[in-house]
Design a protein around this ligand. Structure first.
Ligand code: ZN
Length: 212
């Protein structure tokens, strides 16, 4: 799966030092899972697995401790521009909260400014902040849209997320159900059919099928 258009620098800061994130508990839990499935946590290949898993969750779930202000970091600009701003094909990696398995895919984010714009590279970081949590795709989509609405007070904001859910793909459910599209719209995108259609046309143009 490597046909994403936008290969942005999505550096991920781990959980902050305040430690709402309990590494030791995850290590212990992982060890218990290994025992529960009949494995030997002391064998060579597994000895460091609890530590690896704890570190991995620190990275995959870093969104809980990401500070929104530090993401935006003053990158708000006042401009007289009132056309649609669109960032499409933002790669994301999230974890379904029902099974703690990944769902991955692309987000498309658009807004129509009302005097304020945000630096373009910040949009993928906003997506990342909400993706790196235990999520359901519907809520993630809504959170991204709400965050941008609250940040910019734009004339409208629209978010479409396409996700592939490993919990569906790996668990013997029919695979065509594994791909899911969700959307959240505010303001002009909700009220104005032409605006919504322009956005949808834009994200479907030249879209390559989401694939793994
Ligand atoms: Zn799931």
């Amino acid at each position: 799966m490597n046909d994403f258009d936008l290969d942005d620098e999505m550096d991920v800061s781990g959980p902050s030092e305040d430690d709402s994130f309990d590494t030791e508990k995850i290590r212990e839990a992982t060890r218990n899972i290994l025992l529960a499935v009949g494995e030997d946590p002391e064998r060579e290949g597994l000895r460091r697995t609890p530590t690896r898993v704890a570190n991995m969750y620190g990275e995959l779930l870093a969104g809980y401790t990401t500070d929104p202000d530090s993401i935006i970091n003053g990158a708000l600009f006042h401009v007289k521009y009132d056309e649609m701003v669109l960032v499409r094909d933002i790669e994301f990696y999230s974890m379904c909260e029902h099974h703690m398995l990944p769902f991955i895919g692309r987000a498309h984010v658009a807004y129509i400014p009302n005097g304020t714009v945000v630096g373009l590279s910040k949009i993928p970081r906003i997506v990342d902040m909400f993706a790196r949590r235990l999520q359901v795709q519907e809520r993630m989509t809504r959170q991204i849209a709400d965050f941008i609405r609250d940040l910019l007070d734009p004339q409208g904001v629209a978010v479409v997320v396409e996700g592939l859910h490993l919990c569906m793909m790996m668990r013997g459910v029919k695979k065509h159900n594994a791909r899911m599209t969700t959307s959240a719209m505010h303001g002009a995108f909700r009220a104005n059919l032409a605006t919504r259609q322009e956005f949808l046309d834009n994200i479907s143009r030249g879209a390559s099928a989401l694939q793994i």
